[in-house]
Design a protein around this ligand. Structure first.
Ligand code: GDP
Ligand code: MG
Length: 597
């Protein structure tokens, strides 16, 4: 296809504002998919993504569209990941297209995630077409939301297209706007090949599938291509486009988006943002902006039943095949035995992986406290990155510690602003900005990442009844007074519960944790002290008293079935416990103890 008849675009939207529904409607109305083959939400393939309404992989679809001017166009839609954890992946897919549809729910308005993604689109020099969705609903207020888009984002929304992705109203206008308002891609067919690696994933039959955007040159089946970041060479054995199923093509030229396979075994060998060129007569310089994404949150994953360690290894290896940003290494813990220390792009990423292991591989897991990466500077002048509080060195040998900080943007209705400010303040936040847009406030905070990784998002949701939206980006490292807090159960340190905390918060946090644990650990036949300590110094303590009676004694004599049921329930409960010395600690204690109310 010649460049003038190609349009590449993405859809920017906050969760639930209708990105997937709109994409489906565009695909369907152009006959790309026959009505009878239309499944709801074609682009959100994975179950967990569907359930959570998020997209993790950048999906793409090529749409043929004959415009009102009589010309035939190829429209390539990239559905970008919809969550802050995947900001780098989003930025790469944004670089692969020239324009964006900014979809805003006209019954709701602009949200934090809309903002974060629209800034990415602006950064990538996109032409942006505002789309007001859900106009079929009585609560729709297009004038108000258009005004808000102008106020908050600062782009002209007077020509915003009014759409119902549900009824199909406005879909034709949207297609015309894509053709008439978005610029065609640029590129040089005769220049050396430069293709941007937008995304990749593992397929059991085809191996790794690589999504590419051709910038310059032409790519064909049978050619030998090179990844410019590491020089590895691969033979292209398939080349095609998504409609949305795979369809082979002879070649991909400038401005086009499609896939290749090249007998690549691991997703790890294909880094998002890399430049692909020909092995011979290749491009000299790679595309700018490549930066392999690095995990920022770490935690230990241990099987509840230690016999399942090999199954866990298998599950983790399989998941890692398909996820270059998920890292893992074996870890042994005095308390938990064999497991893995895993690295994630963020909390959602952690939850997605953990859910998949539990659900798809049916392994019960103990997840240890998530930790960020600290920079530890030693008195002898050396320094290292601390990924695991268990590796914390003798405090007397440390000169100082640095922790990662983020810039968080929160949008919230006025009435909840006070609670949000309090929450941020409690989490050691520094307010950077506070502005109003209509009846909503936008606050920007500088926060330590470690105060956010655990339950910040849950807390934010609960204090604002779900009305706040949140987004963040990493800003850098800063020195602070941080210490390692250990938890001792029955005088034994439980390394899986140790955390890094700010010195000023240690007492409060320690007290909260031991109180929680006291409720979470069942009584035993003996007294159990539960303590929080920094170095050798105990800062909080609770005692779990000994159990007196047999549990079944409560049941009135004779009711054998009831007695049996109770015993069975106890047995099932047992399965989810781990022994620490002489003490059984239930699985949920590891997560619940860390939640702060
Ligand atoms: P996404 O998270 O942005 O991909 O949002 P979805 O496309 O999954 O839509 C979220 C919810 O809004 C779903 O229940 C959709 O059926 C619904 N929805 C999307 N567009 C419209 C619309 O135009 N009108 C109405 N009434 N509902 C819509
Ligand atoms: Mg969606």
């Amino acid at each position: 296809t010649d460049l003038a008849h190609i349009r590449n675009f993405s859809i920017v939207a906050h969760i639930d504002h209708g990105k997937s529904t709109l994409a489906d409607r565009l695909i369907q109305s152009t006959g790309t998919v026959k009505d009878r083959d239309m499944k709801e939400q074609l682009l959100d393939a994975m179950d967990i993504e569907r359930e959570r309404g998020i997209t993790i992989k950048a999906n793409t679809v090529r749409i043929d569209y004959t415009a009102d001017n009589g010309e035939a166009y190829v429209l390539n839609l990239i559905d970008t990941p919809g969550h802050v954890d995947f900001a780098y992946e989003v930025s790469r897919s944004m670089r692969a297209v020239e324009g964006s549809l900014l979809v805003v729910d006209s019954t709701q308005g602009v949200e934090a995630q809309t903002l974060a993604n629209v800034y990415q689109a602006i950064d990538a020099d996109h032409e942006i077409v505002p789309v007001l969705n859900k106009i079929d609903l009585p609560a729709s207020d297009c004038d108000r939301v258009a005004e808000q888009i102008e106020d908050v984002i600062g782009i002209d929304a007077s020509g915003a297209i009014r759409v119902s992705a549900k009824t199909g109203e406005g879909i034709h206008e949207t297609l015309e706007a894509i053709v008439n308002q978005l610029p065609p891609p640029k590129g040089d067919r005769d220049a050396p090949l430069k293709a941007m690696l937008v995304d990749s994933w593992y397929d059991a039959y085809l191996g790794v599938i690589v999504l590419v955007r051709i910038i310059d040159g032409v790519m064909k089946k049978g050619e030998r291509v090179k990844m410019m970041s590491n020089g590895s060479v691969h033979l292209i054995d398939r080349i095609g486009v998504f409609r949305p199923g795979m369809m082979p093509v002879d070649e991909l030229g400038p401005g086009e988006i499609g896939f290749i396979t090249a007998s690549i075994k691991q997703v790890r060998d294909t880094r998002v943002g890399d430049t692909i060129t020909h092995e011979k007569k290749g491009a000299e310089k790679a595309l700018p902006g490549f930066k392999p994404s690095q995990p920022v949150v770490f935690c230990g994953l241990f099987p509840v039943d230690s016999a399942e360690f090999e199954d866990l290894r298998d599950a983790i290896e399989k998941l890692a095949l398909n996820d270059a940003s998920f890292s893992y290494e074996m870890e042994t813990s005095a308390a938990l035995g064999f497991g893995f220390r895993c690295g994630f792009l963020g909390l959602l990423h952690l939850e997605v992986i953990r859910d998949r292991i539990e659900r798809e591989y049916d392994i019960d897991l103990i997840t240890t406290a998530p930790s960020v990466i600290y920079h530890v500077y030693m008195k002898d002048g050396s320094h290292f990155e601390l990924h695991n509080p268990a590796d914390f060195p003798d405090p007397s040998t440390i000169d100082h510690l640095e922790e990662p900080r983020i810039k968080a943007t929160i949008l919230v209705p006025d009435e909840f602003l006070g609670d949000v400010l309090k929450l941020c303040q409690d989490r050691r936040g520094i307010q950077l900005d506070l502005t109003y847009a209509g009846s909503r406030a936008m606050v920007v905070y500088d926060l330590p990442l470690n105060e956010v990784v655990f339950d910040f998002y849950d807390r934010l949701k609960s204090v604002t009844k779900g009305y706040a939206s949140f987004d963040y980006q990493m800003t850098g490292y800063r020195q602070d007074n941080l210490v390692k807090m250990s938890i001792l159960v029955n005088e034994e340190p439980v390394d899986a519960l140790s955390t890094m905390v700010h010195r000023d918060r240690a007492e409060t946090r320690g007290r909260a944790m031991v109180e929680k644990l006291k409720d979470l650990i069942p009584r035993h036949m003996f007294k159990i002290p539960i303590q929080a300590a920094i170095g050798g110094k105990v800062i909080a303590r609770e005692t779990l008293s000994a159990m007196r009676k047999d549990v079944t004694a409560k049941c009135y004599g004779g009711d054998a079935t009831r007695k049996k049921k109770l015993l069975e329930k106890q047995k099932a409960g047992k399965k989810k416990m781990r022994q620490f010395g002489k003490v059984d600690i239930p699985q949920e204690a590891f997560i619940s103890a860390l939640k702060m109310d």
